[in-house]
Design a protein around this ligand. Structure first.
Ligand SMILES: [Zn+2]
Ligand SMILES: [Zn+2]
Length: 252
C-alpha cells in the first residue's frame, strides 16, 4: 500500500470516527442544554452562558469570613489566605452542573466548570495568577474517591491548568503533598460548628518542603461553610506556605 492510500485511509478513519462521536454525543452547552451556534465545542459552553454568569466581584477572607472591599484581594488582618469564588451558589446552572459532576458521573462537566473558573480568574485574578507556584486540588479521602471513582476538584483543576498553559503559565500541579487523612461523613446535614470539629485534623502535608515560602492556589468545587477550605489552608500554613488563594466555582 503506498503512502497516499495509507494517509487517505487514516483521514477517512478520523473523519468517520469524529462523525460517529458527533452523532452519539453532539456538542451541547452543558449550562443552557442547547446547541447554540456560539458554542465552545471543546469545553461545552456557549458565549451567552459565560456572559450571563453573575460573577462575584469581591473576594472574601477565609479566616474572618468577611467580604473584602472591592478591588482588594487581601484581608488586613489575614493577608495570607484569600477566597475567590466565581459565582454565588444559588446560581442554579452552575450549582446543577457541579451536582451532575459529583453525583451523576458526568465527567465532561469538569471541562465546562474549568472554563468558567478560568474565565473568572482571567477577569479578576490575572495579576495574582503570575505569582502562583503550586496548584493543589482539595483532596478527597481515598475511600470517598474510590466510591465516586474520581476527585471532581482534581478533574476541574487538570482542565483549568490546560487553559492556563495557553497563557504561558505553568505552576506545578501537586496532588501528592496535601492528603486527606480523616474520613468524614457527608457534610450537608451538619451545622457549622459540627463541621469545624468534624474537619479538625482532616488534612496532612507529606514531604512539604517544596511548599515552603511558596504561593499555592487551592481549588475546590464549592465553598459552603468554609470548613474544608479553612482546614486545608490551616494545614498548609502550618507547613510554611507563604500565601494561599482558595479558588472555587460557587460560594454559599
Ligand atoms: Zn449555553
Ligand atoms: Zn480576615
Amino acid at each position: 500500500m503506498d503512502i497516499i492510500t495509507l494517509l487517505t485511509r487514516k483521514t477517512m478513519y478520523v473523519f468517520i470516527k469524529n462523525l460517529i462521536l458527533d452523532i452519539l454525543s453532539p456538542s451541547l452547552c452543558l449550562l443552557c442544554k442547547n446547541y447554540p451556534p456560539d458554542l465552545d465545542k471543546e469545553m461545552h459552553i456557549c458565549t451567552s452562558c459565560l456572559k450571563n454568569i453573575p460573577w462575584n466581584s469581591c473576594f472574601f477572607c477565609v479566616v474572618c469570613e468577611r467580604r473584602l472591599p472591592e478591588l482588594s484581594s487581601r484581608c488586613r488582618s489575614h493577608s495570607q489566605v484569600t477566597l475567590c469564588s466565581a459565582a454565588p451558589y444559588n446560581y442554579a446552572p452552575i450549582k446543577n452542573l457541579i451536582w451532575e459532576l459529583k453525583f451523576r458521573n458526568t465527567k465532561v462537566a469538569a471541562k465546562t466548570l474549568a472554563k468558567i473558573l478560568f474565565t473568572y480568574t482571567e477577569r479578576v485574578l490575572l495579576k495574582e495568577l503570575h505569582s502562583i507556584d503550586f496548584i493543589i486540588p482539595i483532596p478527597l479521602h481515598y475511600k470517598r474517591e474510590k466510591e465516586r471513582g474520581y476527585n471532581q476538584s482534581e478533574l476541574i483543576s487538570r482542565y483549568f491548568i490546560d487553559l492556563l498553559s495557553l497563557q504561558v503559565l505553568q505552576p506545578i500541579f501537586d496532588t501528592a503533598s496535601l492528603t486527606r487523612v480523616k474520613y468524614t461523613e457527608p457534610q450537608t446535614e451538619k451545622n457549622r460548628d459540627a463541621r469545624l470539629i468534624n474537619l479538625h485534623d482532616a488534612f496532612e502535608v507529606r514531604n512539604g518542603t517544596a511548599l515552603h515560602d511558596k504561593c499555592v492556589l487551592l481549588i475546590d468545587d464549592v465553598y459552603t461553610s468554609g470548613a474544608t477550605m479553612r482546614a486545608a489552608a490551616y494545614t498548609l500554613k502550618k507547613h510554611k506556605v507563604k500565601r494561599i488563594i482558595c479558588l472555587t466555582l460557587a460560594q454559599a
